[in-house]
Design a protein around this ligand. Structure first.
Ligand code: ZN
Ligand code: MN
Length: 139
């Protein structure tokens, strides 16, 4: 994630707490996840502050908004191009750092200048697979 200075955001202790939570976070949290985690330390934190900070960060390129989870938007502080794997049961999202040679040539581009791509893999994670094999083991 880019540094506080480069973000040129007005920094409040609450905003810093949100940025600290996101730094190096590989869980792809939703706004709600971030709100729940950060309000443990800052009980006066409002959901609006989380939402507005995420929106400001997104506009400045500090987080990427992921729509891979149809149930809620997820946020990724890793803004370098990469792909994702999502568990269709628990919605856990994992990074895939593989560079695929995806090129669109000629008329396949429909006149677009291509600026990126994103591959979503769907599957069942090890924990969910394990749960299928031991259905009585509740967690
Ligand atoms: Zn899972
Ligand atoms: Mn990611």
């Amino acid at each position: 994630m880019i540094g506080y200075r480069e973000l040129r955001l007005k920094l409040t202790p609450q905003r810093i707490a949100i940025l600290d939570y996101l730094k190096d976070n590989i869980e792809h949290p939703s706004a709600d996840d971030i709100y729940k985690a950060v309000s443990l330390k800052y009980p006066t934190m409002s959901f609006a502050t989380v939402y507005n900070t995420l929106e400001a960060l997104r506009k400045k390129g500090g987080v990427t908004e992921l729509t891979i989870d149809a149930t809620k938007k997820r946020f990724d502080p890793n803004t370098k191009p990469h792909h994702h794997l999502i568990c269709i049961e628990c919605r856990r999202i994992v990074d895939i750092d593989v560079t695929y040679d995806l090129t669109l040539s000629g008329e396949k581009k429909s006149g677009f200048d291509i600026v990126g791509n994103h591959i979503e893999f769907y599957g069942i994670c090890p924990e969910c697979k394990d749960h299928h094999h031991n259905p009585k083991k509740e967690n």
